[in-house]
Design a protein around this ligand. Structure first.
Ligand SMILES: NC(=O)c1ccc[n+]([C@@H]2O[C@H](COP(=O)([O-])OP(=O)(O)OC[C@H]3O[C@@H](n4cnc5c(N)ncnc54)[C@H](O)[C@@H]3O)[C@@H](O)[C@H]2O)c1
Ligand SMILES: O=P(O)(O)OC[C@H](O)CO
Length: 351
C-alpha cells in the first residue's frame, strides 16, 4: 500500500483516484475549493465532473494541499496545463524528500514551448518525474472498462514504480523511456482532435477524419522527432492510440469543441459552453509557434491556429489544406527513422 496525493479533482484526477483506491492505496484527492471537497466527502461523488459515479469510500477529498502532499510517496498532478504554474509552487514546500511527481496532463505551454515535465523541473527543481498518457477517457476508466496507458520517465525505475502503482486488471500500464515522445504525442493529438470534430461539424465523413488523423500523426511525429523523440513512440499508446480515441469519441472535449466550431460557434462561445478544459486550443498556439521556430512543416496545425486565433473561416482552412502543392507521402513520414539505433523498427516493440 502506498500513499498518494492526486492534485486536481476534475474528471481525470477523480478517475485516477479511483484506480489508485481500487489498488488499495491511500488516496488524498485535492480540490481547489473547500466546498468541492466537502461535497465529495458528503455525497461520495464528484457531482461537478463525474456525476453518476460512486467513488470508493477510501478516497479522502481535501482542499488543504499540505494535508494532501505531506507524507505522500507519489504526487499525481492532474490540473490543466495552464494551471501548472499556479499549483506547483503551492505544493513544492510540502513534498517529501523522495516523493515521485507524476503528471497526467496533456499540453505544451505557449511562448516557452515547454512540456509539462519541464515546467515541473522549473517550478519544483530536480526530482524524479513520470508522465502517464494514453487513450483513456475518464468516463470509461471510472466504469473500470479495459484501458491501456504508458508510464514514461527518463529513469526506468521510476516509470516502473508508477506502472506498479496504477496497474490492475482493467487498467494496463506499459512503460516507455521516451518522455519527449510520450508528452508530445499526448499533447498534440488534441490539436488533431479539434480538427476531427470540425470535419464532422462541417458534415464531412470518415474519409476526411481518417485523412486528418493520418496526416496529423505525420506532423506530430515530425515535430516530435525534431525535439528528440523516438519516432516509434508515435505509433504507440500515447501517440496513435490516443489520437484514435480522441478523434473518434463523443467523450472527447477537444473533439466536441471542434465539432461546435465546425457548426459555426466561436471559440470563446465553445470554451464557455464546455465548462471543462479543452487543452488543444492553447496547445495549437504552442505547437504553431514551435513549428515556426524549428522550421517544421505542420500544415494542419497552421490552419487550425488561424481558425482558432485569427478568425479564419473553417471551410477556407479545409480548402487551403486540400489545395496544397503535390507531395510524396512516405519520404516526409520516414524522416527521423535514422535516429533509431536499431535497423529493424519492430525490434522496438515488446510482445
Ligand atoms: N478527462 C479525461 O478523460 C482525461 C484523460 C487523460 C488526460 N486528461 C488530461 O488531464 C488534465 C486535466 O483534465 P480534466 O479532464 O481532469 O479537466 P477538468 O476540466 O475535468 O478538471 C480540471 C480540474 O483542474 C482544476 N483547476 C482548473 N484550474 C485550476 C487552477 N488554476 N488551480 C487549481 N486547480 C485548477 C479544476 O478545479 C478541476 O478540478 C488535462 O491536461 C487533460 O488533457 C484528461
Ligand atoms: O476529452 P479530451 O479531448 O481532453 O481527451 C481526453 C484524453 O486525453 C483522452 O485520452
Amino acid at each position: 500500500m502506498k500513499k498518494a496525493a492526486v492534485i486536481g479533482a476534475g474528471s481525470w484526477g477523480t478517475a485516477l483516484s479511483m484506480v489508485l483506491a481500487d489498488n488499495g492505496h491511500e488516496v488524498k484527492l485535492w480540490t481547489r475549493s473547500q466546498e468541492h471537497a466537502e461535497s465529495i466527502q458528503q455525497t461520495g461523488k464528484n457531482l461537478r465532473y463525474l456525476s453518476g459515479v460512486e467513488l470508493p469510500s477510501s478516497i479522502q477529498a481535501t482542499s488543504s494541499i499540505q494535508e494532501a502532499v505531506s507524507g505522500s510517496e507519489f504526487v499525481i498532478v492532474v490540473v490543466p496545463t495552464k494551471a501548472m504554474r499556479e499549483v506547483l509552487p503551492m505544493l513544492k514546500d510540502f513534498l517529501e524528500k523522495d516523493a515521485v511527481i507524476v503528471h497526467a496532463s496533456k499540453g505544451i505551454e505557449p511562448e516557452t514551448h515547454l512540456r509539462i515535465s519541464e515546467i515541473i523541473a522549473e517550478e519544483v527543481g530536480d526530482r524524479p518525474v513520470a508522465c502517464i498518457s494514453g487513450p483513456s477517457h475518464a468516463e470509461e476508466v471510472c466504469k473500470r472498462q479495459p484501458t491501456t496507458i504508458t508510464s514514461s520517465s527518463i529513469h526506468t525505475e521510476i516509470a516502473e514504480q508508477v506502472q506498479d502503482l496504477f496497474m490492475n486488471q482493467s487498467f494496463r500500464v506499459y512503460t516507455n523511456p521516451d518522455l519527449i515522445g510520450v508528452e508530445i504525442g499526448g499533447s498534440l493529438k488534441n490539436i488533431i482532435a479539434i480538427g476531427s470534430g470540425m470535419t464532422s461539424g462541417l458534415g464531412f465523413g470518415d474519409n476526411a477524419r481518417a485523412a486528418l488523423m493520418t496526416r496529423g500523426l505525420a506532423e506530430i511525429s515530425r515535430l516530435g522527432v525534431k525535439l528528440g523523440a523516438n519516432p516509434l513512440t508515435f505509433s504507440g499508446l500515447s501517440g496513435l492510440g490516443d489520437l484514435i480515441v480522441t478523434c473518434t469519441s463523443f467523450h472527447s472535449r477537444n473533439w466536441r469543441a471542434g465539432n461546435m466550431i465546425g457548426k459555426g460557434m466561436s471559440v470563446s462561445q465553445v470554451e464557455a459552453e464546455m465548462g471543462m478544459v479543452v487543452e488543444g486550443v492553447r496547445t495549437t498556439k504552442a505547437a504553431f509557434q514551435l513549428s515556426k521556430k524549428l522550421g517544421v512543416d505542420m500544415p494542419i496545425t497552421k490552419e487550425l491556429f488561424e481558425v482558432l486565433f485569427e478568425d479564419k473561416d473553417v471551410e477556407k482552412a479545409v480548402n487551403a489544406l486540400m489545395g496544397r502543392v503535390k507531395k510524396k507521402e512516405v519520404e516526409g513520414l520516414m524522416s527521423g527513422f535514422d535516429k533509431m539505433n536499431n535497423n529493424d523498427p519492430l525490434d522496438h516493440f515488446e510482445p
